[in-house]
Design a protein around this ligand. Sequence first.
Ligand SMILES: *Cc1c(COP(=O)(O)O)cnc(C)c1O
Length: 382
Amino acid sequence: MKFNTKTIHGGQKHEESTGSVMTPIFQTSTYAQSSPGVHKGYEYSRGANPTRTALENAFASIENGTHGFAFASGLSAIDAVLRLLNPGDEIVTISDLYGGTYRMFTQMFQKYGLKFQFVDINETDNFINAVSSKTKLIWLETPTNPLLKIADIEEITKAVKAKNADILVAVDNTFATPYLQRPLDLGVDIVMHSATKYLGGHSDLIMGALIVKDEKLAKEIHFIQFAGGAIAGPMDSFLALRGIKTLHIRMQRHCENGRAVAEFLVKHPKISEVFYPGLESHPHHSTAKKQMDDFGGMVSFRLKDDCKEAALQFLESTKIFTLAESLGGVESLVNHSVTMTHGSMPEEERLKIGITDSLIRLSVGIEDVSDLLADLEQALSL
Ligand SMILES: *Cc1c(COP(=O)(O)O)cnc(C)c1O
């Protein structure tokens, strides 16, 4: 099946007892057994639930994996990956991580004896140099939040595995989605999503996903999820499954609108810098072009008047772009990184990676593009 068919049919079957075309919401915690241990494959919903199973099969299908896991949130999915490791193990990751991931690494897991090294995404050599015999995990995010930097997934994976074959490579694929980028095909071991964003696509749930294609790794993750308990519920699983069925057409429009917004901003006299991997001026444009099929709907920019007051005036003036946390829904959102997503990052750290006071991130939705451009124009002209 091609991708645009997999989003709708991948891993799916009609419900057996009624022929129901859509997988029902199996809102149940437990399942009747005819004799102890004799059941129809489901015992208790922390272990498995049929609505969640259908979603997990969809996850696996669209990412070209063999096993998918639906978690209570994106962060709980990352938490499960870190639980594969042992005290003393080292993790090499990028310096401009999603703020919540950075907080989890530095404030939750460091105290259990995991060691994190944060390297600049720009050079594959940075990763190679950071890897030691104790390195067990490379955690990548590409494109990054909010500066849309690109890591060369295939090159980094090959290079670190050549140095130490036991290293697991994981990619947070939230911004790209498998419509644009399929990291398992590029050699990585684990794909992670905040399904809260594009996979769900309608800003109506919080969910995480892990997808793998190795049987042993799948068993370990299933054990961690079952033993730790951070599962997605049946109602949310139903919503995410419904969201995935339109992922390809939503993403197509997100990409069209994202490009139009980026091209509009580049020409605007009040803007000093635009961050969008689809622009030829983007420093990682060629890597983006190599590993992504298009460039998505996330666009960031900096005002010439690089101060908080100017940013606030813009952020309080948009009418269609809603000022809110999150991204990846059908509606356009605007976000102030300094006060919102990166509030938990120390000022020194965020300035070092270029998150200044007027940095604004847009999640470009799938509305009519002329309305979006007009909204940006009026908010910038104040
Ligand atoms: C939102 C987000 C997360 C965290 O996911 P939650 O669903 O909010 O727990 C992780 N990574 C990226 C890139 C995100 O955008």
